[in-house]
Design a protein around this ligand. Structure first.
Ligand SMILES: [Zn+2]
Ligand SMILES: [Zn+2]
Length: 298
């Protein structure tokens, strides 16, 4: 039922995009290139000025960039601070938007580091700001960050991956006011496994439950091209998971580089398009004011 409704919206919105893009940017639909996962110095782990991101986006021929700086409440380590100064961040985005008006679209987004106990806090937070786009991501597992090698000292790789997926499911059940779920299988970047890839067959039960939850709640996923940069040879999630999301009726997929430095802005977007086409998608998605807008892939 939901699948049918989404399919109808698809074609209506695709037509809408054609008109809107034509008015704002004088671009054809198939020329729209958008990076919807970007970090600037408003994130605790980036020192890239926001204008550098925008300038690089222009140089690379992007027609839209959406900032998604980090807000990870209750992040337990002291070496980095993931509390976002959202007021200052919004002010900077609005300044950039007016400075670059008519040249590139600049989105105001956020990447929330979800944890099962933070649902209420994030619901209230998201309601306070005029976000275009919200990514929900799993960065912590039981209060620990699997990014650090020390995490894996007392955790077998496959057990860690399974726990990551269990927590991802708990996170989305606790808080679902996001637009897409971020880098669904990126735990394989850090798990000490060779080869570094996600084997859908090992975790299909859990991954299917996650994908079904997202689809039934009208939520999307992203193609995070940081996987290429991490040497995986594919985005996160991997094509098997993207194909499965599509098979189960999922249609909302954004593309983002997860760049924390200007040089990576817009990275591997062409590869991501190819992967999406191979996985059966005809459209990718951008968000404006939390509304999904579908853009033809070719
Ligand atoms: Zn992330
Ligand atoms: Zn990110």
């Amino acid at each position: 039922m939901l699948c049918g409704l989404l399919a109808d919206a698809y074609f209506g919105l695709a037509g809408f995009v054609q008109i809107q893009v034509g008015l704002n940017f004088s671009l054809e639909v198939d020329m729209l290139k958008a990076d919807f996962h970007l970090h600037s110095s408003f994130s605790g782990d980036s020192d890239t000025a926001p204008e550098q991101i925008v300038e690089t986006g222009l140089l690379k021929g992007l027609s839209a960039v959406c900032f998604t700086d980090h807000f990870d409440a209750d992040y337990p380590y002291n070496n980095v601070c993931f509390v976002l100064d959202t007021e200052a961040y919004l002010e900077r985005i609005l300044e950039l938007r007016s400075a670059y008006e008519g040249r590139i679209e600049i989105g105001f987004g956020v990447e929330l580091g979800l944890q099962p106990h933070l649902g209420e806090l994030y619901r209230s937070y998201v309601g306070q700001y005029p976000f275009d786009f919200v990514i929900g991501s799993t960065h912590l597992m039981d209060g620990k960050d699997p990014y650090y090698a020390s995490f894996w000292e007392d955790c077998a790789p496959k057990d860690g991956i399974r726990r990551f997926l269990e927590i991802t499911l708990e996170n989305m059940k606790a808080f679902d006011d996001f637009d897409v779920y971020g880098h669904l299988d990126y735990i394989v970047r850090y798990a000490p496994l060779e080869p570094k890839r996600f084997f859908y067959g090992d975790y299909g039960d859990l991954m299917d439950e996650i994908l079904r939850f997202l689809i039934s709640h009208g939520k999307g996923i992203e193609v995070n091209t940081g996987g290429y940069k991490a040497g995986l040879g594919c985005p996160n999630p991997c094509p098997e998971v993207l194909r499965r999301y599509r098979e189960l009726g999922g249609e909302i997929v954004t593309m983002g580089s997860d760049a924390h430095a200007a040089e990576y802005v817009g990275g591997f977007m062409d590869a991501a398009r190819d992967v999406l086409r191979d996985c059966g998608f005809r459209y990718f998605t951008v968000f404006r004011g939390r509304e999904a807008v579908f853009v033809a892939l070719d």
